[in-house]
Design a protein around this ligand. Structure first.
Ligand code: PNS
Length: 155
């Protein structure tokens, strides 16, 4: 689960790692219509994810949900939540969410996977900032995402 605004190569790396352990992964966009400051619409984000995993033979499904992640996971029949850890600074936020989710649904496990070295500093927020200021993020996001980012910030 995540905002995926937009999906980055860090996310792609995590999905690949996840598929070494599990048969299938759902890349689920959490949406909140009341508090949405996203650059891309849910439809755009879904499409970028589908394109990024087009060659994954259906093992990576793109979806979106509203409301609590734990309720969505239950509806989907998912038993594990996968989150990526980059720097130590991710840890506190992730720890809080994992424990809250565990309190809400004790049987749902959160599993943390460490991103690859080259994705260590990649985040959707930084990628958007760099592109908006005219910087180059090629290699940090899938090619289809790079194209969409450039279109968004074209003046
Ligand atoms: O990519 P992000 O923004 O770090 O992802 C955060 C996300 C989407 C995983 C989190 O905000 C979430 O689970 N949202 C759904 C609503 C919910 O269940 N909130 C309680 C989390 S303890």
């Amino acid at each position: 689960p995540g905002s995926f605004d937009p999906i980055t190569n860090g996310h792609v790396d995590l999905v690949k790692r996840t598929l070494r352990v599990f048969d299938k992964v759902v890349v689920a966009i959490a949406t909140n219509p009341d508090k949405d400051h996203s650059l891309f619409t849910v439809q755009e984000r879904l499409q970028m994810i589908q394109e990024a995993f087009a060659d994954f033979q259906g093992r990576a499904e793109a979806d979106s949900f509203q409301g609590l992640l734990v309720d969505y996971a239950e509806r989907k029949g998912s038993t594990v939540i996968i989150r990526g850890l980059r720097a130590v600074s991710d840890f506190e936020y992730e720890f809080q969410m994992a424990l809250m989710n565990r309190r809400l649904k004790p049987k749902l496990e959160t599993l943390f996977l460490m991103t690859g070295e080259s994705e260590f500093y990649t985040s959707s927020r930084l990628v958007k900032e760099v592109v908006s200021l005219g910087g180059d993020v090629s290699g940090l996001v899938p090619d289809n995402v790079l194209k969409k980012l450039k279109q968004k910030f074209k003046r």
